[in-house]
Design a protein around this ligand. Structure first.
Ligand SMILES: CC(C)(COP(=O)(O)OP(=O)(O)OC[C@H]1O[C@@H](n2cnc3c(N)ncnc32)[C@H](O)[C@@H]1OP(=O)(O)O)[C@@H](O)C(=O)NCCC(=O)NCCS
Length: 223
């Protein structure tokens, strides 16, 4: 889809590493949950862990359908979102890739598995047969406030519709992301105060969360 000066389209497989670099720069440092989890675990994140995380994230992105927004004048990626088809929307991660895995990423998955079980999308949307989860939406700092997140979300829903999905869902924490989702037709399913999420040792699983620590689980049913 074209908006003034931009095109949003499905990413090519060959763009996976460019998307990973883009998300490293524009998503992870700001996305509240990711940032909080990495801040909490900073001391345990070794170079080897970083390498394992990067490899597994790159493999994941190259296999998932992603959308990118291209700034026509510079031909640069200025927006991205990763689309994840899920067989069971109550699970956070689908089959884990084989081979050596980052312990930190596994712990992150365990925390989100608990949250997803509690949110229980399966019971909330009993009609839904095929769900798609959205992950890691980001827009380049210099291109924000121009409606590009809304275009990414609407195009994600269009993609889901075209491919036979009937439920699209995600967690939205950043205020602009919540607004973009509501404006794109998503409804709030539940709010989750990330301060209440506990680590295995009983402490808060995230650090430096305030003030935007309430994540909204939102969904859009396609009928
Ligand atoms: C969240 C993000 C993707 C939004 O991208 P964007 O292209 O600037 O968003 P849009 O221009 O489509 O704006 C969406 C809505 O949020 C509003 N908005 C923009 N910046 C805002 C801000 N800082 N606070 C509150 N609302 C804001 C816009 O006005 C718009 O609402 P409107 O339709 O009522 O005018 C971008 O800020 C980002 O990449 N953040 C860092 C990564 C991140 O946190 N990702 C989401 C994880 S939940």
């Amino acid at each position: 889809m074209d908006s003034e000066g931009y095109t949003t389209r499905k990413a090519e497989k060959s763009e996976a590493s460019a998307i990973v670099s883009f998300l490293h720069e524009h998503h992870s440092p700001e996305a509240v949950i990711t940032k909080g989890f990495f801040a909490k675990n900073r001391a345990r994140i070794t170079d080897a862990e970083i390498q394992l995380m990067d490899e597994s994230w790159e493999k994941f992105v190259s296999e998932a359908p992603s959308l990118v927004t291209i700034h026509k004048a510079s031909n640069q990626i200025v927006g991205a979102i990763v689309l994840v088809p899920v067989d069971n929307p109550n699970l956070y991660s689908e089959e884990k890739p084989s081979g050596e895995r980052s312990k930190i990423l596994d712990e992150f998955d365990v925390i989100f598995e608990r949250i997803y079980a509690e949110v229980n999308l399966v019971d909330r949307f009993p009609q839904a047969k095929r769900a798609m989860k959205l992950r890691s939406m980001a827009v380049h700092k210099d291109h924000r406030g121009k409606g590009l997140a809304k275009v990414l979300l609407r195009e994600s829903v269009n993609w889901a519709k075209k491919h036979g999905f009937d439920l699209v869902h995600s967690f939205f924490t950043f205020p602009a992301a919540k607004k973009a989702a509501l404006r794109s037709g998503f409804s709030k399913v539940m709010d989750y105060d990330m301060h209440s999420v506990k680590d295995t040792d009983g402490s808060c699983a995230f650090a430096d969360l305030s003030p935007n620590n309430v994540t909204s689980i939102m969904a859009l049913e396609i009928r």
